[in-house]
Design a protein around this ligand. Sequence first.
Ligand SMILES: Nc1ncnc2c1ncn2[C@@H]1O[C@H](COP(=O)(O)OP(=O)(O)OP(=O)(O)O)[C@@H](O)[C@H]1O
Ligand SMILES: [Mg+2]
Length: 231
Amino acid sequence: MEITALADMNLSVTENVFLCILGPSGCGKSTFLRIVAGLERASSGRVFYDGQEHMKPRREIGMVFQSYSLMPWLNVLDNIALGLDFAGVSKAKRIAIAREYLGMISMSDFGKALPCELSGGMQQRVAIARALANNPDVLLMDEPFGALDAYTRIIMQKELLRIWEQHKVTILFVTHSVDEAVYLADRIILMSSSPGKIIRDITVTMPRGRERSNPRFGELTEELLTLLEDA
Ligand SMILES: Nc1ncnc2c1ncn2[C@@H]1O[C@H](COP(=O)(O)OP(=O)(O)OP(=O)(O)O)[C@@H](O)[C@H]1O
Ligand SMILES: [Mg+2]
């Protein structure tokens, strides 16, 4: 069976934006992210990065997957330093950088721990630290908090916003959760399926430090839910 996963995906993203991609299951969100990451080739169409056509994975574009994808045999510090190892950074420098990011995710005491000794939320923080340790300009995140419980998820959203503000990185964040998109995004892309395409491009003007109790939060959430139902 042949499926057209995506059609007419035209998207241009400016620097330092927090963009959320929202859409029903199977509409091609992961496929789109993998194409942008250079992990998958589109059968037609082109991707440009900083004015240049780009097709292969590159260090400037980091990816965080839904599953934590840590190396189970490496401790936390070595997991964070993994990309730097591939990039040929010296061992002393790798560890110094990894320690810095470990502090940033508030896990300084866990450098020697193995992934199996960590909770899901902690593993995902390590995966984010690993992506950031490579100093990417763009971070692609495919439902990174999908497997977390509701409480940890809210903590992680806050934490991610703090990191994003500190690092000035451009984030493309795929989520199923309307609430998550409204909390995080400067801009929300809404997709529909068969084939996957963009049906809405919404700029979120609500100021940062967003409260879910704010009536505007509720209104935008309602509006997006209705659009998603139609999608
Ligand atoms: N490796 C593959 N081989 C064949 N078809 C695939 C493959 N991966 C995805 N597809 C198809 O491409 C379409 C888009 O899948 P994709 O995983 O991108 O959706 P998604 O929006 O990320 O869904 P979800 O929200 O469930 O993660 C689906 O119809 C799926 O069946
Ligand atoms: Mg997916």
